[in-house]
Design a protein around this ligand. Structure first.
Ligand SMILES: [Zn+2]
Length: 1055
């Protein structure tokens, strides 16, 4: 059990405690700023009548630590099991299991309480990394999977929340016994720059063959996507029709479309068709594609470049709803999938897209648009006494200003004397314009003490760092501690900020950071079965007081473990120890993990990925946590206000699906750096960690969205834990997190003209103030389906759809998730077509509202995204899981950029005009169609998806240019994978770096590492770039043209 310790200074190898000096007494409890009472969070928005929990007893005298190697390990010793505050003395805080909580799945229930009571089942085990299973995830050269018909397709209705998270498998009968068909290996899915590989792959986008699609009676209604389109026509770089059975038998349907009926403004997509009949002032903004209705029909002479594409930044922005509601909050905070609520169930049934909202409560506002802060002082926040809605611009005052009517529930409330103001002739309060809460859609209220059950917590950062061999070897440890050290001054909440560290390999290393010390003391606990926390008072310290000790620790960590050859990871026990240390206050837990957890509770198997289960009903099991430990820990962490951000670095399988569960249910985030090495990715990791540490964070938060009578939110999608049916627990939430939710009608008929929505985020600011951020929005109720479509918001739709699809992959096959995306697109366009096609004689055309012009393209891109694409061979399971976690939290704009990245010609941009630097370099790179056709071998192109850059160098780009731009090595080396972009001593290079910098600054949430890539460099060109050119027909997937054709044909099936 004793690890193979490195001979670090001050750490004799065989002692459990190897302090720099003898640890002193740990008995002080008075110094703790907060009583260790129950950490039930703030009272979430309830009236004060809610029972509060009796405070626990403060920790009682910890006895003096001895340096002996034994005394503390026994059961029920002085402290571990009983004393840590959260568990012991007071009654255990009753925690309402939310629907998001899994029932313990037959496992030991030892984690229900934060106490570490009961021995864990952790046995030291087993093969560290490097054993045979690794081969499973390495690309091999076997053929790809054969097509597997999908089983029943289930439209993504609003399943109960639990279903989104808790389908842990096992419910599905083993299907498709033909697994022997599947060859063991996988092919690199990576497309080449030459003709596409004629994969005999399961077709990702072919809709529901075998599915039960009510709309389309015959099974053939979702024909194969392989339309055998004459590829050379639009995609000359690719070969002909794919060689899979049946594909070539399809007649080409068309070579191009659009008869561009020029009508309105000059968009770059097919033109709107002016309504033919002026009945009822049909000013429907719809577009149409003239796609032949008869297979084989050709409509020559039309340019596919006219298809709708988001080539303009403005396409990513939300549309503000009608000018009727001028007091609505900005769409950066709240967007609906349609800004028109259907007035009846029957109307809603004809809206085949998700009905719901995307909330981004802490979205960063540009300078000058900061959210006003309102402090009602002693008089208290003005809220409706029945539904608890916060006063907002849509409440109406009556009775000379003495009463106000709640816009959400219509109750008449009294106006308190101190809040009274007379009304003007229009019945508006005379002071409305001076009061942000009566004139602005977004305000922040300062919450009085009744919104607290304990003093506001200080910002708290606890670092749990893997210091095993791989963390040292890949440079992670060094970069992490350097970044933490350089961020210390910028951590929010000075001078209250708290900080602590725990490192681990096969043992746990605690650090006493008491301010009276000159050097940190390290304590090693090797008992993983029953870990305990030595010295609980000084492991977490005030940063200002202990700054010098913290810095000394950070300075010494890399050298302490420099020689560490330990390859084990006692992650689970370390996590539990961190939890015990933090449980008194809560805070942010940052985990840095380089290996698969191998020791103690929560150890994970090298289950890897398995080609044989793809296409079967067990397929999803690799995408969910295997061990219930992770979900249970997440539930416990959330309960004690701890949010987890996971940084994972391994170049081997680390089971991101399991580890990421910790972030998923604690409102956190997963950062994944596959094949990390500091020499290459230091900047990316360092930037993203620094952002995480310094961005404004809302602590111990809860969020609720209220809505008017007759409508109701049914499901929520993102990273959080539901505390009750509609209260999202968010231990630490920041400006980079968005949440999606679905909505349904409760009544058969809505009689109001408007439905009001109000998002309220109750949180503790880093400065220690309890606040409530409130966003209010009014949305009109409509009785006309056309209105719903006209007011659709494609960005919000895609965001919600992406989250539904990703959740579906956790209980279904990838193919089924993709199918739903296609199905919903088709149904919605079909419904729209029924509205307008006949009266405008557009029978043979694909018509769609202007608001949804990008829906098919984004739907396609979603199906091709890393989280949803292909099958076994198309993404490493860890990368797929990480991508899924990421897509569950990112706001709309970032998602759209990820789905349809920008591609621009860089060499011309850099060469033309005066050489600029700094901000001038923002002069934008013209965005190009995402197709390999646009990659000119004479040029250099920059691809940017918001998470990475790819700088593609054409084959015949002059070597001199490359040398100037990137240096001699880049010009000569055949392998660019290890080359960083470094400034050369010339203007061209400086302009490149300025351009990259400017692009990065546009959205600082992530740092785009710049990958260099030479045309034809395999297999990197495929994985880095070609596969992400979503308009191409590549690796067995549909291109944009084929996709539209499929959709059109399906729309035509029954109209
Ligand atoms: Zn009300």
């Amino acid at each position: 059990m004793q690890p193979n310790r490195p001979g670090a200074p001050g750490r004799p190898p065989s002692q459990q405690y190897s302090p720099f000096s003898l640890p002193g007494s740990a008995s002080s409890t008075a110094s703790r700023p907060f009583l260790p009472g129950p950490t039930q969070p703030m009272r979430p928005e309830q009236p004060p009548s809610q029972p509060s929990y009796p405070p626990g007893t403060a920790i009682q005298g910890f006895s003096v630590l001895s340096a002996s190697s034994t005394p503390l390990a026994g059961p029920e010793q002085n402290y571990p099991r009983e004393t840590p505050p959260v568990r012991s003395n007071g009654p255990v805080v009753p925690f309402q299991p939310s629907p998001n909580l899994p029932p313990p799945r037959g496992g030991p229930s030892s984690f229900v309480h934060p106490t570490l009571g009961g021995p864990m089942i952790g046995q030291p085990m087993a093969p560290p990394s490097g054993s045979s299973a690794v081969q499973q995830i390495a690309p091999t050269s076997g053929p790809r999977l054969p097509p597997v018909p999908s089983s029943a397709s289930v439209p993504m209705g609003p399943p109960p929340q639990a279903a989104n998270y808790m389908s842990l498998g096992g419910n599905f009968p083993p299907a498709n016994p033909s697994s022997s068909e599947y060859p063991p290996g996988r092919t690199s899915s990576i497309p080449t720059s030459g003709p596409p590989m004629p994969h005999s792959v399961s077709q990702p986008y072919q809709g529901g063959q075998g599915g039960q699609v009510p709309f389309f009676a015959p099974r053939t209604s979702f024909p194969s996507p392989q339309l055998g389109i004459p590829a050379q026509q639009h995609f000359p770089q690719q070969g002909g029709p794919l060689a899979y059975p049946g594909a070539v038998s399809q007649p080409p349907m068309l070579s191009s479309y659009m008869d561009a009926q020029k009508a309105r403004a000059p968009p770059s997509y097919p033109m709107a068709v002016p309504p033919a009949g002026g009945v009822q002032g049909l000013v429907e903004e719809f577009q149409s594609l003239s796609v032949g209705s008869v297979p084989g029909s050709v409509d020559p002479g039309v340019d596919p470049s006219l298809l709708p594409r988001p080539l303009d930044e403005a396409d990513l922005e939300g549309t503000t709803s009608s000018s009727t509601y001028v007091s609505n909050c900005h769409p950066r905070h709240l967007r609906f999938t349609t800004n028109a609520i259907p007035n009846s169930q029957s109307l809603m049934a004809r809206w085949h897209l998700p009905l719901g909202a995307v909330v981004h409560p802490l979205a960063e506002a540009p300078n000058g648009e900061e959210i006003p802060v309102v402090d009602f002082g002693n008089s208290g926040i003005v809220r409706c006494r029945r539904c608890r809605t916060y006063v907002n611009p849509y409440v109406t005052f009556t009775d000379g200003g003495r009463r106000w009517r709640c816009n959400v529930c219509s109750l008449l409330n009294d106006v308190a004397g101190e809040y009274f103001a007379p009304l003007d002739v229009n019945g508006r309060r005379r002071d409305a314009d001076e009061r942000p809460e009566l004139s602005k859609g977004s305000v922040e209220f300062v919450a009085p003490t009744e919104y607290m059950v304990r003093p506001p917590m200080p910002p708290l950062y606890f670092f749990l760092i893997d210091v095993s061999l791989s963390s040292v070897r890949n440079g992670m440890l060094k970069v992490a501690v350097e970044t933490i050290k350089s961020s210390l001054d910028k951590l929010p909440g000075f001078p209250r900020t708290q900080i602590g560290f725990l490192t681990f390999d096969s043992a746990l290393h605690f650090y006493n950071l008491k301010s009276s010390l000159t050097q940190p003391q390290m304590m090693v606990v090797a008992d993983l079965d029953d870990p305990f926390v030595p010295l609980p008072d000084d492991l977490l310290v005030n940063l200002s007081d202990s700054r010098h000790v913290v810095e000394a620790l950070l300075d010494s960590l890399p050298s302490m473990f420099e020689e560490n050859t330990n390859i084990e990871s006692a992650f689970g026990p370390a996590l539990k120890a961190a939890f015990m240390v933090m449980s008194q206050l809560g805070g942010k837990l940052l985990i840095f993990q380089s290996t698969l957890p191998s020791l103690g509770v929560g150890r994970l198997k090298l289950r890897g990925d398995d080609p044989r289960i793809y296409g079967t009903d067990k397929e999803h099991t690799v995408r969910i946590a295997e061990d219930p430990f992770y979900k249970q820990m997440a539930a416990d962490l959330t309960k004690y206000q701890i949010g987890v951000n996971l940084y994972a670095f391994s170049d081997r399988y680390t089971d991101i699906a399991s580890l990421g569960t910790l972030s998923k249910y604690t409102g956190g985030q997963v950062y994944y750096y596959p094949s990390f090495h500091a020499s290459l990715y230091k900047e990316k990791f360092s930037h993203e960690l620094a952002r995480d540490l310094t961005r404004e964070t809302a602590w111990e938060a809860v969020m609720r969205i209220r809505c008017g009578k007759g409508v109701r939110f049914t499901t929520y999608h993102g990273h959080f834990m539901l505390r009750s049916s509609d209260l999202l627990a968010l231990p630490a939430v920041d400006c980079d997190k968005a949440f999606a939710m679905q909505l349904t009608l409760e009544d058969t008929l809505l009689t109001t003209q408007t439905v009001y929505f109000q998002v309220a985020l109750l949180y503790t600011s880093s400065s220690g103030e309890r606040r409530i951020r409130v966003h209010t929005m009014a949305v009109p109720v409509v009785s006309d389906l056309g209105e719903m479509y006209r007011n659709a918001d494609t960005g919000a739709i895609i965001c919600l759809l992406s989250r539904l699809a990703i959740e579906k992959t956790l209980s279904h096959k990838l193919e089924e998730a993709r199918h739903v995306i296609q199905l919903r697109t088709v149904r919605s366009l079909q419904e729209y077509r029924n509205l307008f096609a006949v009266q405008h004689r557009l029978a043979g055309r694909l018509i769609y509202p202007d608001s949804l012009k990008l829906l098919p393209l984004y739907g396609l891109a979603l199906c091709k995204s890393l989280a949803l694409r292909g099958g076994f061979a198309d993404a490493h399971i860890d990368e797929r899981s990480a991508a899924g976690f990421n897509m569950m939290i990112i706001p709309i704009k970032r998602l759209l950029k990820l789905l349809y990245p920008s591609l621009g010609r860089l060499d011309e941009f850099l060469l033309k005009g005066p050489v600029m630097g700094g901000d001038d370099a923002k002069g934008s790179l013209q965005r190009l169609v995402l197709s390999a056709e646009r990659l000119d071998p004479r040029g250099a192109f920059l691809y940017d998806d918001g998470f990475r850059f790819v700088l593609w160098l054409g084959k015949v780009l002059p070597a001199e240019f490359i040398k100037n731009l990137l240096g001699v090595e880049a010009a000569n080396s055949p392998d660019l994978s290890k080359l960083p972009v470094i400034e050369q001593n010339n203007e061209l290079s400086r302009k490149l770096l300025a351009t990259l910098k400017a692009l990065r600054e546009r959205d600082p949430a992530f740092y785009q590492h710049c990958y260099l890539l030479r045309q034809g460099e395999q297999p990197r060109e495929g994985s880095l770039l070609l596969f992400n050119l979503v308009e191409d027909q590549i690796a067995g997937t549909s291109g944009y043209v084929e996709w539209l054709l499929q959709i059109h044909r399906q729309v035509q099936q029954k109209g």
